[in-house]
Write a protein of this length. Structure first.
Length: 170
């Protein structure tokens, strides 16, 4: 039998085909919020890891993302770490590893910070809000308790691409 020479995966994830409604109805803080560090920033039910960069998307980028959702485009996958050790507090639990800018765009839209196609969230009727709630937005759930591995994963997910030049736009 030949030896297996390639490394083991660094991220074993289960991808859940969540909907926007999953985020829309997330609590900002869990019921057991007193267990979490008071300085921890929450974003649509997820915690920001200490190594996460600050928000960088412009309002225009956020609007374009929400427009893409309404147009039925693929929104990518956000990555969340879930570590369950019973009743024991795990600092890496609920960390949002990838997707901060996209989730911030959703939150800003829900808080009426901008209009999309001429409509703010609060101006939508029930049918339109249900349509938004039912839009797919995949989430990769990982289960990692080692912060060093999570930092490596964050760096791989966020610094592996090459920015396009203006001349390369379609």
């Amino acid at each position: 039998m030949e030896p297996y020479r390639l490394p083991e995966p660094i991220m074993r994830a289960s991808t859940s085909n969540f909907t926007m409604g999953h985020l829309v109805h997330q609590n900002e803080h869990p019921r057991d919020a007193d267990l979490w560090p008071p300085t921890q920033e929450w974003l649509l039910g997820h915690r920001m890891p200490p190594f996460q960069r600050p928000p960088v998307w412009s309002k225009r980028q956020a609007i374009r993302f929400i427009e893409s959702a309404w147009l039925g485009l693929h929104l990518g996958t956000y990555v969340v770490n879930r570590v369950d050790r019973g009743s024991m507090f795990v600092k890496e639990d609920l960390w949002l590893i990838d997707g901060q800018q996209r989730l911030r765009a959703v939150k800003a839209y829900l808080e009426d910070e901008f209009a999309v196609f001429g409509f703010r969230w609060s101006w939508l009727n029930g049918l339109e809000k249900r349509r938004f709630d039912n839009m797919s937005f995949a989430c990769a759930l990982i289960h990692e308790g080692d912060e060093t591995k999570l930092r490596d994963l964050y760096n791989r997910l966020n610094f592996g691409g090459t920015s396009h030049k203006k001349s390369e736009r379609a």
